[in-house]
Design a protein around this ligand. Structure first.
Ligand code: ADP
Ligand code: 5GP
Length: 202
């Protein structure tokens, strides 16, 4: 293998598809990857701590950072603001790390447009990979969300209603992984990443 060049990976999925499960496994097994910690105005859930799961900001703090142009992308998702800081991505890439963004389809679209406008040879453009993860059906998503037991039934229905619109945008992504059987989906994900790395090495 040639010299390592960092990847800039965007992963989107409807809630319950298994994105967190797949990304956690990738981050545990692939030390060259770092997770891009986003900012959000939503309240912390369970044992989420500030700076690890998210940077938890007030609405005023978030809007101030929007005004200052600190975000690479930002979007309103399920009624809360979420955004990726430019400096999170640039610091990771400058350190030679591959970075993984777990963001919604709207944010992924914004990133795709930014990348398309970059000159050839730019590290972000060369390393860009966008992947949509989904489940075999909305019914499977529902069953997983119910089994996960983290959200109220009302919240689950809201997420499933959003899922329909998200799945409708899957075709915007260059890769789609249908997470039916976890190990198989994980190997597919690793395969997509390995192909990208070997494409860069050529
Ligand atoms: P997301 O981050 O996309 O919302 P999670 O990774 O939290 O989804 O997965 C939702 C639930 O489904 C979790 O309880 C997880 O353990 C489970 N899960 C993930 N992948 C599979 C799979 N292939 N088969 C069955 N259950 C799965
Ligand atoms: P959750 O609140 O369940 O952690 O995340 C809800 C949704 O927000 C998920 O689809 C997640 O991918 C998305 N999200 C998390 N961080 C960001 C971000 O920085 N930007 C955008 N656009 N979406 C994000």
């Amino acid at each position: 293998m040639g010299k390592h060049r960092p990847l800039f990976v965007v992963v989107s999925a409807p809630s319950g598809a298994g994105k967190s499960t797949l990304c956690s496994r990738l981050l545990a097994e692939a030390p060259e990857f770092v997770y891009s910690v986003s900012c959000t105005t939503r309240a912390p859930r369970g044992d989420e701590s500030d700076g690890v799961a998210y940077f938890f900001l007030s609405e005023a703090e978030f809007m101030e950072r929007v005004r200052r142009g600190d975000f690479l992308e930002h979007a309103l998702v399920h009624g809360n603001h979420y955004g990726t800081l430019k400096k999170t991505v640039s610091a990771a890439m400058a350190a030679g790390k591959s970075v993984i963004l777990d963001i919604d389809v709207e944010g992924a679209g914004q990133v795709r447009r930014i990348v398309a406008g970059l000159p050839d040879g730019d590290a972000l453009k060369e390393g860009f990979l966008d992947i949509f993860i989904t489940a075999p059906s909305v019914e499977v998503l529902r069953a997983r969300l119910v089994k996960r037991g983290e959200d109220s039934l009302a919240e689950i229905e809201k997420r499933l209603a959003n899922a329909v619109g998200e799945i409708a945008r899957a075709g915007e992504f260059s890769h789609i992984v249908v997470n039916a059987e976890l190990d198989k989906a994980y190997s597919e994900l690793r395969g997509i990443i390995a192909d990208k790395v070997s494409g860069l090495d050529r």
